[in-house]
Write a protein that binds this ligand. Structure first.
Ligand code: NAP
Ligand code: HSE
Length: 434
């Protein structure tokens, strides 16, 4: 009996697309045998046909128009590996409208157009898979949808951006500035085409929105999240963290109090205790802690960015898509949960770290303490170090349990003191990860 042929179209042959092409070319026969089909790399699209690529794709299979792949009746599975929310959205919707299966690594698109994409798949009998959109090679989508389906999730937190973790790790180990290391992250294929998405925290927010949707059935717009990146982290912050038993990590934190509490999604650099597993996850690795009401805390670690890790996730979706196409019975339901109330970032509670450059003169500390006292913020610890310029000192405060609104008001008032030089740096301390 002849094997069923499954034709795969790859839209976008950049870092991820070339990884998928490379690994599928090498493994499609054994993978096809396991799935009981013949897998064919049917076609691929690029923007620039003249660009040199690490994979050899026959010219006849290459196009500059990804829509021809989305519309080709011979293509069963369309991998959208272009990125962004422009042509990538058009290609995705076009393929889904034709009842095709779309596989995507595009967290920016999914977090901003998730309902539209799922509705298109539902309406036209297509399917949408997105394992590679969160945490690179870690199968976190499958974990939430399948392995942990019995649970309600009070807390999900972790490192979701490989580029930022790579930068923070090397800043700590080598003392180099993040701009220099960012160039390496780009060369290694970790960073987004627009790297500000990584370092300003937006990529992490896109991924957090996807996890929050899977866990709680509610799409949280990134505009409603507290989102801070790593661009203001300096060696002074890293030194404080090291000396006090912490590592600085860009964390996504998704909390919900059951039964009535609101859902809160936030992204910010955080002082994570070294005693917690996440505090020791370095380089391009991501780590996610998922706490379920039945299972307790579980943790997932793996490469969060880069060609091979991401290709692994895309190919796992291809395997699931083949199973679905051939047997029609993969457990892949759309998340249908009761939508929940969003709690405002101002409701966040926790301990905080504030570093500021001040004039090194009498009465400065008293004025700052006056501000914190008026704002109802209780100081846990004060450290003074040499400042960056003559006549200045670097002052680091940590607080007892406080409230986001009070802290923001405190920082704004401190900034207004004539003795404080420049904008203070505010970090959260991860007691939830203790
Ligand atoms: P990339 O290296 O920039 O590759 C993008 C590909 O799309 C290139 O082949 C490019 O063509 C093509 N392309 C871009 N704009 C186009 C347009 N307007 N029309 C037609 N083709 C266009 O990006 P990537 O790193 O592979 O990322 C792809 C997707 O995967 C993104 O959604 C990203 O967020 C996601 N992702 C990336 C990683 C990672 O580690 N890199 C990990 C997980 C998820 P040319 O090559 O001719 O320029
Ligand atoms: N730029 C992303 C990161 C790619 O560094 O995590 C993986 O989604």
């Amino acid at each position: 009996m002849s094997q069923r042929v499954i034709n795969i179209g790859i839209c976008g042959l950049g870092t991820v697309g070339q990884g998928v092409w490379k690994h599928l070319s090498a493994n499609r026969t054994p993978l096809g045998s396991r799935l009981g089909v013949k897998l064919v790399l049917h076609s691929a699209s690029v923007r620039d046909l003249r660009k040199r690529r690490a994979v050899r794709v026959p010219a006849a299979r290459l196009t500059t128009d990804p829509l021809t792949i989305a519309r080709d009746p011979n293509v069963h599975i369309v991998c959208e590996l272009i990125g962004g929310t422009g042509i990538a959205r058009t290609v995705t919707l076009e393929a889904l409208r034709r009842g095709k299966t779309v596989i995507s690594a595009n967290k920016a698109l999914l977090s901003s157009h998730g309902p539209e994409i799922f509705a298109a798949a539902r309406r036209h009998g297509g399917h949408f898979f997105f394992e590679a959109s969160v945490a690179g090679g870690i199968p976190i989508i499958k974990a939430l949808r399948e392995g942990l389906v019995a649970n309600r999730f009070g807390l999900i937190h972790g490192i979701l951006n490989g580029t930022c973790n790579y930068i923070l790790t090397r800043m700590e180990r080598e003392g180099a500035g993040y701009a220099e290391i960012l160039a390496d992250a780009k060369r290694l294929g970790y960073a987004e085409a627009d790297e500000s998405l990584d370092v300003e925290g937006w990529d992490t927010a896109h991924k957090a929105a996807i996890l929050a949707y899977l866990a709680h059935g509610t799409w949280v717009p990134v505009k409603k999240m507290l989102v801070e990146g790593i661009t203001r982290i300096s060696q002074a912050d890293i030194a404080f963290a090291r000396e006090n038993g912490y590592a600085i990590k860009l964390l996504a934190v998704i909390t919900r109090e059951f039964p009535q509490g609101g859902l809160c999604v936030r992204v910010h650099p955080t002082l994570v205790p070294r005693t917690h597993v996440i505090g020791n996850v370095n380089e391009v690795y991501n780590a996610i802690s998922v706490t379920g009401d039945i299972v307790g805390e579980t943790a997932y670690i793996g490469r969060g960015a880069g060609q091979d890790a991401t290709a692994s996730a895309v190919i796992s979706d291809i395997a699931d898509a083949v199973t679905l196409l051939c047997r029609g019975n993969l457990a892949m339901p759309e998340t249908k949960l009761q939508p929940c109330r969003l709690s405002a970032p101002e409701e966040i509670r926790g301990r905080y770290y504030i570093r500021m450059e001040v004039k090194d003169e009498p009465g400065v500390l008293a004025r700052i303490a006056g501000v914190t006292a008026r704002s109802g913020v209780s100081i846990a610890n004060v450290q003074q170090r040499p400042g960056r310029r003559p006549g200045a000192a670097s002052l680091i405060l940590t607080t007892h349990d406080s409230n986001e609104q009070a802290i923001r008001a405190t920082v704004a008032r401190i900034r207004g003191l004539g003795t404080v030089l420049g904008q203070p740096v505010l970090l959260r301390i991860a007691d939830f990860a203790a």
